[in-house]
Design a protein around this ligand. Structure first.
Ligand code: G3P
Length: 217
């Protein structure tokens, strides 16, 4: 499973990238706002840092304007995936941008039917938002499973990019279902390494080691 990092914070991306954990990066207008950076500058820096796809989102709402913004964003680097919202205009923009050879990430997906449409217009990635469905008491994992089933039924090669991941369980479940990619904040990725029994076991080892009076170095 590929790991994308859901942030525009360069330091956090760089740390995970050094560990070989970054297969790509996703950003959105909210994450650009949080970074306090200029979208074109920070996106270029991210693209220079990582080899994989870097999603940069359009902010226009009409198809022709999305297409113009998407072309500009795609011009930043070869590894840009233009992100468009799952609206009718967004689907039109996806069709044009993907036909021109750009990677396109269709975002804000909340239903299997929306995902089906994104595949039909040539999306490279579909981004179902798990956490935001959980927020309204709908199990976001059911959507990932439905999309997996439907895409496999018909052989669509649009990649399922599980997004709005808030917990480590979202990652486990996405992997069990077979999502192609997860995008998660750096904090969630770091938490994947944690387990209370690891902490307890290490504390016991350290206490016993101290009793030996030995040193390795
Ligand atoms: O990848 C989408 C993500 O940035 C949205 O996450 O937690 O704001 O729902 P969240």
């Amino acid at each position: 499973m590929k790991f994308f990092v859901d942030t525009a914070e360069i330091d956090a991306i760089a740390e995970l990238n050094d560990l070989g954990m970054v297969d790509g990066v996703t950003t959105n207008p909210s994450l650009i706002m949080k970074s306090g950076r200029d979208i074109l500058e920070v996106t270029k820096e991210i693209c220079d840092l990582v080899d994989g796809p870097v999603s940069a989102e359009v902010v226009a709402t009409k198809a022709e304007d999305m297409i113009a913004e998407g072309r500009k964003l795609a011009g930043i680097a070869d590894n840009i995936a233009v992100k468009v919202p799952l609206t009718w205009d967004g689907l039109k923009a996806c069709k044009v941008l993907s036909s021109e050879g750009n990677m396109v990430n269709v975002t804000l997906c909340f239903s299997a039917n929306q995902a089906l449409l994104a595949a039909k217009v040539g999306a490279t990635f579909i981004s179902p938002f798990i956490g935001r469905l959980d927020d309204i008491d709908i199990d976001g994992m059911d959507l990932i499973a439905d999309i997996r089933l439907i895409y496999d039924n018909y052989g669509y090669d649009t990649q399922i990019l599980a997004a709005s991941i808030r917990t480590v369980n979202h990652v486990t479940e996405s992997a069990r279902i077979g999502a192609d990619v997860i995008t998660a904040p750096p904090g969630v990725i770091r938490k994947l390494a944690e387990h209370p029994l690891t902490d307890n076991g290490l504390a016991v080892f350290m206490a016993d080691w101290a009793k030996t009076g030995q040193k390795i170095l």
